[in-house]
Design a protein around this ligand. Structure first.
Ligand code: FUB
Length: 447
């Protein structure tokens, strides 16, 4: 188990957090189902990889699933592989088709549902849904020997209603399907039904169902190719778990940069609703290698959902003592500010913020300075000509520090004393004073 260890160097409260999109930066993650188990959020995504086999070089390729957990949505523990194609008896172990999964708790057990190609079928054909069972949300999960009978298709989602009845939904032949699950959670209880009143069958692909209940209403949410371009996220509301549902609207628009898929889940955690979704942040040239993001979501008083505008900043508060990744910004000045990969050949190294016009700035919201103990700031930067950064809280606010970045062809850390120690949660503005050009990896405050 790998823990992303985060300790504040200036001793801010243990609850201080940082969060930026995408949330997992050391591997690709897609199709996120988030669930609240044992007081934490567990994330069950697909695990995209560059394909080792020729047939899938230009397609989705997944050999296994990891699960991740967090109690603040910002610091994520990777619990490692929980289910894999080579250890699941019914799966074609060379198919790399472990697509969008889900996990649900019922009667003391955790049931992990996942689609994959059945043994002795062609790659990408004959996909069915299987289930693996565990005593804990992070496993160990024991896969059942056979897939669930009658579940031809992909993208399973499960839901347990208030009366204890469990349901399973998936994208299959004939549209979006749903069925009751038997008490054992391992078999369908009756034939699947086609979910009614979604956009008519010929009006664009629908997949990735995610169903939840709120205030007595059932929400059927799904990615939808509405405009013959890429997938947006849409939803319908009904009075019964299996519908009919009435179309209500859209939760998120199509990707502005053309990532063809989106796939999502919604949870309420500590009084706030969140949308988990994906985008190809770490693989801009190949949209089958995706990364999970989170943004906050709000309902209207009538139960409809306010559209979510994707952000890089994501959710949560950043501890001033951590490495603040300005490139996951809240706002950039119109001129002279841009973002690029530190190393385009290895995107997992992350991004940098480039300021190259006098007055150009980057704004990064919600940094927690605690009781104001910070005395210094460190900036990891590189500058071809040298340049001076001015750090403020508020656009025209007090100057926190001025940092002269020396001319260099190497990344360097420059530390200076603060002119003024901010307190509490502040929005940071980092601007370029005068001419020059500065590329910043991160900034961090210390004692
Ligand atoms: O991840 C593979 C497929 O792409 C999923 O099953 C779909 O929902 C789409 O995200």
């Amino acid at each position: 188990m790998k823990k992303i260890i985060l300790t504040s160097i200036i001793g801010f409260a243990a609850s201080a957090m940082f969060a930026q999109n995408p949330i997992i930066r050391d591997q690709f993650t897609a199709d996120p189902t988030a669930r609240v188990f044992e007081g934490k959020v567990y994330l069950y995504p697909s695990h995209d990889i560059p394909s080792p086999i020729e047939q899938l070089k230009e397609w989705f390729c997944m050999a296994d699933y990891h699960t991740f957990s967090s109690d603040n949505l910002t610091e994520w523990t990777d619990h490692g592989v929980i289910v894999s194609q080579d250890k699941t008896p019914w799966v074609n172990s060379e198919s790399y088709t472990m697509w969008a999964p889900d996990c649900i708790y019922r009667n003391g057990k955790y049931y992990f549902y996942f689609p994959a190609s059945v043994k002795d079928t062609l790659v990408g054909r004959g996909m069915m849904v299987g289930v693996a069972v565990a005593d804990k949300p992070y496993g160990p999960f024991i896969p059942q020997p056979e897939p669930i009978k009658g579940t031809y298709g992909i993208d399973p989602c499960t839901f347990v209603d208030k009366d204890g009845q469990a349901y399973i939904y998936w994208a299959g032949f004939g549209g979006m399907l749903g069925a009751k699950l038997k008490d054992n959670m391992l078999e369908l209880d009756g034939d699947p039904v086609v979910i009614q009143e979604l956009p008519a069958g010929d009006k664009g692909l629908k997949e990735g169902p995610f169903v939840f209940e709120r205030n007595g209403k059932y929400y059927f949410t799904f990615p939808w190719v509405k405009n013959n371009t890429t997938e947006l996220l849409a939803y319908a509301i009904g009075d019964n778990p299996l519908g009919p549902f009435e179309m209500k609207g859209e939760i998120m628009d199509e990707s502005p940069t053309g990532c063809w898929t989106n796939h999502h889940s919604l949870i309420e955690y500590k009084g706030q609703w969140y949308l988990f979704y994906h985008h190809n942040d770490l693989s801009p040239k190949f949209d089958k290698n995706r990364s999970v993001r989170i943004d906050s979501l709000w309902f209207n008083p009538d139960g409809t959902i306010q559209k979510v505008i994707p952000t890089l900043r994501g959710v949560g508060i950043t501890d001033a003592g951590k490495e603040i990744q300005l490139d996951r910004y809240s706002h950039l000045s119109d001129k002279g500010a841009s973002i690029d990969f530190i190393d385009p050949a290895n995107t997992f190294k992350g991004w940098k913020t480039i300021l190259n016009q006098p007055g150009a700035y980057v704004q990064y919201n919600a940094v927690d300075f605690g009781s104001g103990k910070a005395k210094t700031v460190k900036v990891k930067a590189i500058s071809a000509d040298g340049g001076k950064l001015v750090i403020r809280t508020g656009h025209d606010g007090k100057v926190v520090a001025e940092v002269s970045i020396p001319k260099s062809t190497q990344w360097k850390e420059t530390a200076v004393s603060l002119k003024h120690a901010p307190t509490g949660v502040q929005n940071l503005y980092v601007s370029l004073a005068g001419n020059g050009s500065v590329e910043t990896d991160w900034i961090s405050f210390g004692n």
